[in-house]
Design a protein around this ligand. Structure first.
Ligand SMILES: C[S@@+](CC[C@H](N)C(=O)[O-])C[C@H]1O[C@@H](n2cnc3c(N)ncnc32)[C@H](O)[C@@H]1O
Length: 395
């Protein structure tokens, strides 16, 4: 994709640019060349190229923002990818609103994913980013969604912005460098230590970070929250001014939240029972597996593996339950024979603590037949094992 300049983007906001972009709502990127050739007969080449690029970005953004918003919004290639998905932004904005927050300094606003969600709850937002094109896009988004009265977009380096007077500070540092994702929080832009200092200066603050952050890196005066949406872990948040030292796993939609200020010790390990529970990724990242095991009256299948097992079924929103029919030492031949005998053609492969690739396993066992089954590759009491069963339907 050609790089888009702020001038190219401004042309998209003219009546001609808007009409052109709207006409590309259902366009098929596979037909790009033909479409571009046709449009260039009537419009400047730079405008056509900006509109086609934007149309593609809107299509890609539907998964994060929903079709209704995505086709009204604008994106930069990186900005769409870095933006918080609407479900998570809405949830976080809701937490801030519940704290009584009426104004937020959104430092590192990007294309405005978080600023828009905050403004939709009536919160005033100062949205700051240093990239000129990103700022123009964020401004256009505030306008497009009818939220311009609540969002002031400012082009500036966040490290020079005075946030005094705001009820809360929200910081979503850039975690991608020139060479891909950045893992060291001090290599975020701005670095995590700067963000923590800025957060401490406000009555309330939230810093969005990568879910892989080690617990040791969580400051003692912060609350750490891991958020998943539809079972996928999306982010971690360091909250300031809420519940220092507490840990929370939040599962969307819902939200369903599990939290503790005093984590339980690791649960005991014991033999695989009739049911196996796979905790949600947010529970695992938040180190709250012991809390879920306690709720389920369960134990671990191995001291190092986050699968819980129990003999009776209990409903839980924090884990997916499987009924286990067989517990076997790992062996390809044995698995193949067993699946053939049971006519299993649809095989779901799950794994934890095993190096086997699910796709490769499926290729090797060549499942055939009318039935379905789940095989869980893992370790039981240290030994590579396969657990065969099926997800429990309903509570
Ligand atoms: C992860 S994105 C923000 C995404 C945003 N929360 C959203 O949902 O759309 C990070 C942004 O931080 C900006 N940024 C990084 N360092 C900055 C700095 N020192 N000052 C201002 N903006 C900065 C980048 O330009 C980028 O747009």
């Amino acid at each position: 994709m050609d790089p888009v300049t702020p001038e190219d983007f401004a042309a998209l906001l003219t009546p001609e640019g808007r009409a052109l972009l709207d006409s590309l709502h259902d366009y098929d990127p596979a037909q790009e060349l033909a479409v571009a050739t046709r449009l260039r007969r009537e419009h400047p080449a730079a405008l056509v190229s900006a509109a086609l690029g934007q149309a593609r970005l809107r299509q890609r953004a539907v998964a994060k923002f929903g079709a209704e918003d995505a086709f009204r919004m604008y994106f930069t290639p990186g900005g769409g990818e870095m933006a918080t998905r609407a479900s998570v932004a809405e949830y976080r904005a809701g937490r801030l609103a519940a704290l009584g927050v009426r104004s937020v300094a959104d430092l590192c606003c990007g294309i405005g994913g978080d600023a828009l969600a905050l403004a939709r709850l009536g919160i005033r937002v100062l949205a700051v980013d240093r990239d000129p094109l990103t700022v123009a896009v964020a401004r256009a988004n505030a306008e497009a969604l009818g939220l311009a009265d609540l969002i002031e977009v400012r082009e500036a380096d966040v490290t020079g912005v005075d946030t005094a007077g705001h009820d809360a500070v929200f910081i979503d540092p850039a975690r991608r460098g020139g060479r891909g994702r950045v893992f060291d929080p001090e290599s975020y832009s701005p670095p995590l230590s700067w963000a923590v200092a800025a957060a401490r200066s406000a009555p309330y603050a939230a810093i969005k970070i990568a879910p892989g952050i080690p617990h040791e890196a969580v400051p003692a005066d912060a609350e750490a929250e891991w958020i998943s949406d539809q079972g996928d872990v999306k982010e971690a948040v360091l909250w300031f001014g809420t519940e220092p030292g507490s840990v929370r796993a939040t599962l969307l939609p819902g939200p369903r939240a599990l939290r503790t200020a005093e984590p339980l010790p690791d649960p005991e390990a014991g033999p695989v029972g009739r049911y196996l529970y796979e905790p949600d990724g947010a529970v695992i990242r938040a180190h709250l597996v012991a809390e879920v095991a306690e709720q389920l009256g369960g134990r671990l299948i191995d001291p190092t593996i986050a699968y819980i097992t129990a003999d009776e079924l209990r409903a839980t929103p924090y884990a997916t339950a499987y009924e286990i029919t067989d517990v076997l030492p790992f062996g390809l031949k044995k698995l193949k024979a067993l699946l053939r005998e049971r006519g299993v053609g649809v095989l779901t492969v799950k794994k934890r603590g095993s190096a086997i690739e699910p796709e490769e396993l499926r290729k090797k066992v060549k499942p055939q037949g009318p039935h379905s089954a789940t095989v869980i590759l893992t370790r039981v009491d240290g030994a590579p094992s396969m657990l065969i069963g099926a997800p429990v339907s309903g509570p």
